[in-house]
Design a protein around this ligand. Sequence first.
Ligand code: NAD
Length: 497
Amino acid sequence: MPTYPVGMASPSTDLLIDGERVEGAGAPLAVENPATEETVAIVGSASEEQVRAATAAAVRGQEAWSRIAAAERAELLHEIAAGLRARTDEFAALMTSEGGKPLVENADEVGWTASAFSFYAELARTQIGRVIPPVETHQLAMVVKEPLGVVGAIVPWNYPLLLLAWKLAPALAAGNAVVCKPSELTPLSTLALAPLFHALPPGTVQLLAGAGEVGSALVQDPRVDGIAFTGSTETGKAIARAAIDRMARVNLEMGGKDALIVCPDVSGEALQIAAEGAAWASFLNAGQVCTSTERIYVHASRYDEFVAAFVAYTGTLRIGDPTQPTTDVGPMVSAAQRAKAAAHVEAAVAAGAELLIGGDRAGHERGHFLSPAVLTGVPAEAAVLRAETFGPVAPIVRVGSVDEAVALANGSQYGLGVNVYTTDLETSIGLSRRLKAGTVWINDPLTDNDAGPFGGFKQSGLGRELGPEGLEAFQETKHVHLDPRIERKDWWYPYGR
Ligand code: NAD
């Protein structure tokens, strides 16, 4: 029998298709509480027929939704944002029960989710294209932005509502209908969104559940005009391959191996703060953030002091029940994710690295707990310095120069984000230009801004979310060339007049 955390009503397990709440007719998904390993709920996946019904409803819904004026669509998106804010505690509790992220981080996530809806509500009603200089002065030439049509939004488990909102909010704002497919590990918070869409035309938003095969069926449905995806690089490539056959648009946010560089000019109190910031960037959401710091490069002149401060601070973190407001680090999402991260630690130690702290179960018999691990002396070829770990593991590497740190940071198949700590303006400007990543944060790790684009270089992705770029990802571009006169043009036949 599913069990719910104390005080929580049983969560809805219904899908949303064509404005109706329906049970999933496909394979059942058992949703696990990562802190207790108990089953929170059983959710029926969408059957193939339900995926087809969802995309057919979205085609109809999109017609109705796109006929609503942008200013009115903006009001409806603001109502969704208000609904989210009003139910912050409920959504946060649900996300903690299915994903294991500490309650305080999930409450933040709900706020950021609402913020994305507010931002795109306003952006979309002011941006429909532009007027450009025409070829002849009496003409009117316009660049018009139109909705793609039906968008499939496929998201992972680490930020289930936020990463959905980065797709759903701009896609809706641009006039699209959306079929949403949350991770099989965290469907409940997404399904709980259903009441927030009651004022939208039926079919505007569909909420499905299911694993990769449901996502794959969605990608292959010819009625889906664009896929917006966040997840692993492997899955992103599979989606891109499937989409290219019919030239469906893709916007892909994929894996990362973000570096954090500590420059030699950082000392004293600033070095202590850099150590705390680096620890937060490494261990936030148990290291399960696409932009988690996964490699720390510290200049030799600051190395010993930084490592000591980092380890001491890590030792103060409270690991445990994610429903408690004083818990800093909760469990990882699943046994498989924990095993992968723990294997990176074990392989590094076997190859000669030193584990300075963490890497154990922090005294928990149940739950997927991995206490934040700090490694030094890791050989360059170890997986923990090359492949995505996606867990609370911080390898710290001594470098002889800032140039060496830049070369190591850039020497990756990924290019999502890089963090830098420096007090020197010239170093800040220089590194912001030389680092090959979609985001460079200087002295403020991992902070998002709805107004700025988010995404990756190289194998970290294709396209951008957030900012105006995140709206354009869901728009087709049309050039309208309008001549109000019907007249023969000099450049037609016959030539040589
Ligand atoms: P995943 O790729 O396994 O799954 C992501 C989503 O894709 C899930 O909903 C899954 O069911 C679905 N899916 C799986 N196979 C599919 C297929 N063949 N066709 C269509 N959909 C399919 O990733 P995950 O384990 O859920 O998430 C962790 C990964 O996400 C990490 O690699 C992390 O870096 C990445 N991530 C990236 C960002 C970013 O913005 N770049 C943000 C968060 C997470």
